[in-house]
Design a protein around this ligand. Sequence first.
Ligand SMILES: [Zn+2]
Ligand SMILES: [Zn+2]
Length: 361
Amino acid sequence: MAVITYKCPNCGGELVFDPASQKYKCEYCVSEFTQRQLEEMTPAEGSERVDDTADDENGSRSASRSGKSSAQTAMVYTCPSCGAEVVTDETTAATFCYYCHNPVVLGGRLSGEYLPDKIIPFSIDRKSATEQFMKFVGKKKFVPKAFFNEEQIEKFSGVYYPYWIYDCDTEGWVNAEATRVRTWRSGDTEYTETSIYQVERDGDITLKNIPKNALKKSDKALVNGVFPFRLSEAKQFSMGYLSGFLAEKRDMEKQDFAAQLHQEAEKYSQQILRDSITGYSTVNVRNSRINHGQETWNYLLLPVWVLTYAGRNGKVYYYTMNGQTGTIRGELPVDYKKLSLFSLIVGVALAVVCMIGGYLT
Ligand SMILES: [Zn+2]
Ligand SMILES: [Zn+2]
């Protein structure tokens, strides 16, 4: 029951979420459907099972959940469109059938405790993401041609990444020693007066929207690099949004982040209280106390366009774009042949300048 695709009621073609119109489009007969219409449809179902490498389903599941081996458990599903068997890894929640290329949503991966609270649907479609990417690459001088050929661009994927979004209240107090310095002159003498103050601040603080990427295998620097998202625009989660994209489910839990987040919350709270002490020459925090109050965790899927590229040196390069705001982050390969040609031209230009200089003197 876990594997689903949404079929067009008019022609039976597959429906995909269209970021430009925020509707569902049939790629065959060009029909369009609203979110509401999609939710009223009964999606076509395939099946999913754990690969035979383990004796039984429970054995395999618990083995992989305990995380003893770093190897991900292979999962096999049957494509609802063509019946082919396709293997995915354990965190895949939406993908494409390798054989018929139709979108497939592995609903079972995002149900129960893994049901996301919210999702920010893609609002930038493949076409404009690609255009932005070409502009970005165009500005970089030493990128190898192969990086932006057609085949490479086809690997440009819209991926929903799993995130924990953390909110919390704290109650804090800081005690600081602050000084105010006044100088003045009278005749030949300069006077300096330093006043020392004990300053206290206490207050209730609300921290909102601290994001934590909840997928072990993602390149956090790059995915986090396209923050922030406009989280207030997140929508109630619906499976349909995943159709036509890739999606991952989380493999990191609240407890993996709790200690780190408490520390961050303390640090931010202390900083906020510290920053409220103004109008002094110096401020030194002597003492502080932060108490933790109410906290809220939300499990969200966030949209990111991702392109990876294996360089000739074996290094993998990434390019990412925020699927909601278009913010870009990229690490591009450098073509050393192009670079050395450029250095040569610069070298020649410099030599010419020197010769002119030599001639003039
Ligand atoms: Zn259709
Ligand atoms: Zn298929």
